[in-house]
Design a protein around this ligand. Structure first.
Ligand code: ATP
Ligand code: MG
Length: 412
């Protein structure tokens, strides 16, 4: 491998004025934490991080950096002394190692070190002439080159690189405070969680489980999804709150007219999520709703469902197309899990004709059929919290019991 360093750039951070220092410190800490255990040397500079790739597989480093929110891009680079001969030789070595078929090519030089004897254009010309003389397959095209070699001449050293790999973008996770993500086993909510983390929100997750009405595998799926998502969190550890929803679920199935079952079910979920969010110091509730995707996600439905809470409900996917959600799910690694066909409490016993424009007064009227407040409080009080990391080996399905029994056993 030709490269000896990775140059990491920050995104929006540079725009943050007075908060910049805090943002940068969080970013440094995050990078350091994600690269723990890898054989690298990390150097913090004001607007960048340099990572020396000591004796380490660079793919592992890139893989870890892909999970750090707030980074705009990184480049694998070759670092050499700031003298023209070294720069020429390194430029040739880099291009020779990477380019094996005929390409159009250009050199872009940036000179932060103004004491360097040649100006940027002169450096580009010198290095370009040297490389072209040694490699017949390149042709210069300064307007639309297929390959650009960037040379950054700084005081301490010179850095050469070809491409920038796009980072997660956003802000360092945690900087925005905590949010409670409603996590089903579907495609959307894990993607919503990823986007929230990208934007700086530290996640706790809540899942409403109805075992044995729903299968234990559907709860296991949620555990596995949280494991994947925890890799993007601040400390590689994410809380999952399992709400025992079966009794409430059965009551809804029994007492509420078909067309309002989903509406009422979601009103109950929002009530419980609000109480949990407050208890856990979460500043918002997040979910995977996308306007118009299903009956419960029309704007009229949202009004009727949302009116049980005055807590901020953040819907990162509100305006996303399904194809874009699928692409993100593939990128973050939740797709294969999400499409496994296990029913959850919103898919089981779904009525044929759910109301697409449920009325608030009707919802309130139907809810009088049972004492839900006590049940909501019971759910909050009996919620079990587990903490998951990317390597947790919690396997609910092996135990083959109701989820709450399994979690009870785990606590002992
Ligand atoms: P998803 O793909 O995330 O399951 P969906 O399109 O299937 O979403 P719904 O089932 O209507 O939509 O759920 C909308 C949102 O409500 C989900 O994205 C999720 O945030 C939340 N949600 C649904 N069911 C549950 C559950 N059992 N536990 C926690 N949250 C849930
Ligand atoms: Mg769902």
């Amino acid at each position: 491998m030709i490269y000896n360093q990775i140059l990491v750039r920050f995104g929006d951070l540079t725009l943050k004025g007075r908060n910049q220092k805090e943002f940068l410190n969080r970013e440094y800490a995050l990078v350091r934490h994600k690269l723990e255990g890898l054989n690298v040397n990390i150097i913090n500079k004001h607007d960048r991080i340099y990572i020396d790739i000591l004796d380490e597989d660079y793919k592992k480093i890139i893989n870890a950096l892909d999970k750090v929110s707030g980074l705009s891009s990184y480049s694998l680079c070759l670092k050499c002394d700031s003298n023209l001969d070294a720069i020429k030789e390194s430029g040739y070595n880099l291009v020779h190692a990477e380019i094996t078929t005929p390409k159009t090519f250009k050199i872009e030089t940036r000179r932060a070190n103004k004491k360097f004897p040649l100006n940027s254009l002169e450096v580009s010309k010198e290095v370009s002439a040297y490389i072209l003389a040694k490699m017949g397959i390149l042709e210069v095209d300064v307007k639309k080159p297929q390959v650009t070699l960037t040379i950054e001449i700084r005081e301490d050293a010179t850095y050469l690189y070809l491409d920038a790999i796009k980072g997660m973008g956003g802000f360092p996770v945690g900087v925005a405070g905590k949010g409670l993500l409603m996590l089903s086993g579907g495609l959307d909510s894990p993607v919503a969680g990823y986007l929230a983390q990208k934007q700086g929100i530290e996640l706790e997750c809540v899942h409403f489980e109805s075992t044995p009405l729903t299968s234990i595998e559907s709860s296991q799926k949620v555990v596995d999804l949280v494991k994947i998502m925890s890799a993007y969190s601040k400390n590689n550890k994410t809380a999952l709150h399992m709400v025992p929803f079966k009794e409430l679920h059965m009551m809804i199935l029994d007492k509420i007219p078909d067309s309002y079952k989903i509406t009422i079910m979601r009103r109950m979920m929002y009530r419980i999520a609000t109480k949990l969010a407050k208890k856990r110091d979460c500043l918002c509730i997040l979910n995977g709703e996308s306007v118009g995707q299903v009956a419960s996600q029309t704007l009229q439905s949202m009004v009727t469902i949302n009116s049980v809470t005055n807590y901020p409900i953040v819907r990162p996917l509100a305006t996303y197309d399904k194809v874009d959600i699928v692409a993100l799910a593939r990128k973050i690694g939740t797709y294969d899990l999400s499409i496994k066909p296990f029913e959850d409490c919103c898919t089981i016993y779904v009525p044929r004709n759910p109301a697409t424009a449920p009325k608030l007064d009707k919802a309130i009227e139907f809810e009088k059929a049972f004492d839900y407040e006590e049940m909501v409080d019971w759910c909050v009080d009996n919620t079990k919290t587990i903490y998951l990391t990317p390597n947790s080996d919690l396997d609910l399905s092996l135990l083959g019991l109701e989820v709450r029994n399994v979690l009870e056993d785990l606590k002992k």
